[in-house]
Ligand binder design. Structure first.
Ligand SMILES: NC(=O)C1=CN([C@@H]2O[C@H](COP(=O)(O)OP(=O)(O)OC[C@H]3O[C@@H](n4cnc5c(N)ncnc54)[C@H](O)[C@@H]3O)[C@@H](O)[C@H]2O)C=CC1
Ligand SMILES: O=C(O)CCC(=O)C(=O)O
Length: 411
């Protein structure tokens, strides 16, 4: 193989945070064996050291791929979030460097919805409190404050992949479902969209958050929103810790007659970087509060599927240039390119680039047998196929085009 296209065993994958072994299996099956696998995330200095010679990096929610880290990742061509959230990656910086970011948008959604249903039932029966007392030798046999879920209203904030599944599960146990979303959404089952947040909060016996971390969701839930909830209602957050003002939540749960009846929180503004670090939170020690270590999507089924899905996207991008479902990149789904070389060119999206490529190739007598182009606001991604004998000359031409961010060839 020529020096300008890497052999598969030279393409290095750095997999962090103990992603499922199915990822390794999937990469091995596709012929990729150069894999460094770590069970933990890495703090910035170690991450910068390790990422320097990686072509692909796979992470979950703990690893922070900041613009500073990405600037040091000289060889990086692809990022995989082995989860749904991609807020831990500077997506814009990755885009400007011509690096697609992949995730697994569906694989753990059912796991989160199931956890939340379980938590609603436990909180309505005040099980966390009774369980804690029993472990200390207490015996709190009382119906006070314990209610059935049947006939109660679940309010879902963020009616996407998780929120919709949660709504369906809640209806099967007899709950009424309302939802609040910035988009108009097709209600599933008998769910009802409420457009006014205060009206929505005043109706719900349980409120569950399922929004992504964005500018508009940062601290979207604070003292004002807790005050607008029904007295004694329960509150669940398995979305992102930055969405909720955690001190305001603690206030709403404390005291002799707290505003809220209980809470289940899976995500926190600051989470320990490893299982060895202490978990510090103002919510520790409060009655009828379930605290879980960001495990909403951590089931064997979900993790195995995520491993296969994201590693499969790595392999397709590496083999073919396909970027289908990349979250920050023009999406191109490509057939295999047997018998010809495929060139991948990422460039700043400005008028005339394609013309320049075509002219440069025409001048050198390089025949283009197939061409695909997709763009976003900022970048363009063009995929070209040429005769294999022309691939080195074509790559040299592409690298000289003004506005080029990256160019590589697949033989
Ligand atoms: N705890 C855990 O382990 C897990 C947490 N998550 C988190 O859950 C989030 C949601 O996941 P999906 O349902 O798959 O996402 P999704 O993208 O399918 O749905 C999100 C919904 O939130 C809505 N939304 C966005 N901004 C909003 C706002 N300001 N107010 C109201 N609605 C808003 C969107 O319109 C969309 O309907 C993920 O982004 C991730 O951060 C996901 C999986 C596991
Ligand atoms: O499994 C993880 O590490 C994070 C899960 C999650 O929060 C997500 O999928 O967005």
């Amino acid at each position: 193989m020529s020096k300008f296209s890497l052999a598969k065993d030279k393409i290095k994958f750095l997999l962090l945070e103990g992603v499922h072994q199915s990822a390794i299996q999937t990469l091995n099956n596709a012929g990729y064996t150069n894999i460094e696998y770590l069970k933990t995330s890495l703090a910035e200095p170690e991450l910068i050291e390790k990422i320097k010679d990686a072509h692909f990096v796979g992470i979950r929610s703990r690893t922070q791929l900041t613009s500073k880290v990405l600037a040091e990742a000289e060889k990086l061509i692809g990022i995989g979030c082995f989860c749904i959230g991609t807020n831990q990656v500077d997506l814009e910086a990755a885009q400007e460097l011509g690096i697609p970011v992949f995730n697994a948008p569906f694989s753990n959604t059912r796991s989160v919805a199931e956890l939340v249903i379980g938590e609603i039932l436990l909180l309505f029966r005040r099980i966390p409190e009774k369980n804690a007392k029993a472990h200390l030798g207490g015996w709190d046999k009382s119906a006070t404050g314990s209610i059935e879920a049947r006939g109660k209203t679940l309010g879902i904030i963020g009616y996407g992949h998780i929120g919709t599944q949660l709504g369906i599960l809640a209806e099967t146990i007899g709950m009424n479902v309302t939802f609040y979303d910035i988009e108009d959404k097709l209600p599933l089952g008998n769910a009802n969209q409420v457009h006014d947040l205060n009206e929505f909060l005043a109706q719900a016996d349980a409120v569950s958050l399922h929004v992504p971390e964005t500018d508009s969701t940062q601290n979207m839930f604070g003292a004002e929103q807790f005050a607008a909830m029904k007295d004694g209602a329960i509150f669940i957050n398995a979305s992102r810790g930055t969405v909720v003002d955690i001190d305001a939540l603690a206030e709403a749960l404390k005291g002799d007659s707290p505003k809220l009846g209980g809470a289940a929180i899976d995500v926190f503004p600051v989470e320990p970087k490893s299982n060895d670090e202490e978990f510090v939170s103002p919510l520790r020690g409060i009655n009828n509060v379930i605290l879980t270590p960001h495990i909403g999507g951590s089931t064997l089924e979900a993790q195995q599927n995520i491993g296969i899905e994201v590693a499969g996207k790595f392999a397709k991008y590496s083999d073919n240039g396909s970027t289908l479902s990349a979250v920050n990149f023009p999406e191109v789904s490509l057939p295999s390119h047997e018998g010809r070389s495929r060139l991948l060119h990422v460039h700043t999206n400005r008028p005339g680039i394609l013309t320049k490529i075509n002219l440069a190739f025409a001048e050198k007598g390089i025949n283009i047998s197939a061409q695909f182009l997709q763009t976003t606001d900022k970048i363009g991604y063009v995929v070209l196929e040429v005769d294999s004998d022309d691939s080195q000359a074509a790559l040299d031409e592409l690298k000289q085009i003004e506005g080029t961010i990256r160019a590589r060839v697949l033989l």
